[in-house]
Write a protein that binds this ligand. Sequence first.
Ligand SMILES: [Ca+2]
Ligand SMILES: [Ca+2]
Length: 480
Amino acid sequence: MKSQLFTIAIAAFVASLSYARSYANEAKSEQRMNVLFLASDDLNSWLLGDTNRYAGKVVAPNLTKLAESGVNFKRAYTAAPVCSPSRTAFFSGVAPWTSGHYHNTPGANSSEPLKSALSMAGFFKKAGYSTAGYGKITHGWDQGEHWDEKIGHKRDPAPPGAPLTPSGRGEQDWGPIHLAEEEMNDTLNVDNAIHRLQQEHDKPFFIACGTFNPHMPWYVPQKYFDMFPLDEVTTPELREDDLDDVPEWGVELTLGKQKYVDSVFEHGLHKEGVQAYLATTAYADAQLGRVLDALDKSPYRDNTVVVFLTDHGFHLAEKHHWQKATLWEEATHTLMMIRAPGVTPAGGAACERFVSLLDIYPTLAELCGLEPPDYLDGRSLVPLLRNPEAEWQSTAITGLTSKGGPTWHPYLSIRSETGRYIRYVDGQEEFYDTSKDPHEWTNSIGDPEYASVIKRMRAAIPSPSDAATPLPEVLKNTRE
Ligand SMILES: [Ca+2]
Ligand SMILES: [Ca+2]
């Protein structure tokens, strides 16, 4: 039996090699595929509906249409639940537990391993692509020399009289914006991306476009608020004592936001907050839809890979927290959609395998027939793009430190079909059986029923001490 299995495995391996060769040759014989890389900031996974805990209405017809025309990864997770380390990870292909970059501060430039990495833009540029980026794509780690054109993101000015909410403080505020939609920065960045798409391209292109919305503050035109009448807005389900079984380091992650959540509740504004988040999401979707429409109307529709992702999730009072920077489902679960003409099923498909945003870099490389750098921490999702139900070793890892905390003591979380495991400094842990407890309400770390599952997940946690080692040595160690 064993030898039979071995023979089958060898045959499959040989078949996959010859397939990979023919695919690469095919790609080389014509012009390579273009890439349209789209991102949103702080957009959580509510729009996935059936795999999430939120029962309310998200209006995102354009992202829905994209999801239905490619592969919609319903179990995609960020490598870090904060802007800079998340974006640096997917754009460099280097995981936080390799780079040591786990939070917005200290900046990515203090990471030795990242100095030897090549950004995705640089990778495509070196392969002969034209590269252009508009809006929020990277955060703190960019390799600007690899962009032929790069117009970064600017925040819209706050409306006169801001804060507009009685709970408002800093960026945690919302309300109708005083600008016309066509004057807003996300709109202008999308205009630039459309303009670029509409040009004639004599070589393959990598065009990236990222919306800042629905990052806070939530200032968008009134019409987007009007799409969500308050009496129809559903708020996420909460449990009053949810933090009681969370280790102190996990609770610490929420401390900075607890007063804000209290203030939202004191003013009776939870529903309004959710409404504003949905409104900014609808605005972001409308903008992304304009780029997608422009692609569809261009000569490049059938030779352009489209990827859409969001850098991490967002809490709206779950676990008494607001925003991001936790290791629970709300902050780690992301959106990832990929449409690859000739590869993804024409009628679209959902994929339930657990994947990471780190997988995007090697996936795009393979789709474009290019050899990826050998240091990448992710793995190509092409087998899942061809067959979303393919066998897959399914785990997704997320890392974080407390703000400005030591990177050699990161908190790490693993998510797979068996649940979520988190380990903080000093070995404090959480485990959730997500099949019975999708809200991650009951920390079952001490339950003997899960002892063997927890043991396996513990063993899969990467060694963060690697982050102290320069890249080449790290790579040698981790590639085995
Ligand atoms: Ca973000
Ligand atoms: Ca709990």
